[in-house]
Design a protein around this ligand. Structure first.
Ligand code: F3S
Length: 104
């Protein structure tokens, strides 16, 4: 499965949503997650993310985030269409230390 990680927080570009063939993304206030039970491991979302936030679960960068994706996928609404990214998304792109800013 693929996992959304810290780089997505406050960027939320949603290009990933557009390409997902199984609509496996779920939407929080400033972050998206992938439902691991729905992800078919196709990998098309990974290169689409401008913030480089998506990694396969085999990647060490996914380690702290896989459980969180599963947990919030069960709580947040499904998202199937790309909306507008936050107005200040580019300012947050690549910034470290965003984990504490995740809105649940
Ligand atoms: Fe987030 Fe990247 Fe998707 S910033 S909403 S994982 S395109």
């Amino acid at each position: 499965t693929y996992v959304v990680t810290e780089n997505c927080i406050k960027c939320k570009y949603q290009d990933c949503v557009e390409v997902c063939p199984v609509d496996a993304f779920y939407e929080g206030e400033n972050f998206l997650v992938i439902n691991p039970d729905e992800c078919i491991d196709c990998g098309v979302c990974e290169p689409e993310c401008p913030a480089e936030a998506i990694f396969p679960d085999s990647d060490p960068k996914s380690a702290d985030w896989a459980n969180l994706n599963r947990e919030y996928a069960g709580q947040w609404p499904n998202i199937t269409k790309k909306g507008d990214a936050p107005a200040d998304a580019d300012e947050w792109k690549g910034k470290p230390g965003k984990a504490a800013l995740l809105s649940s």
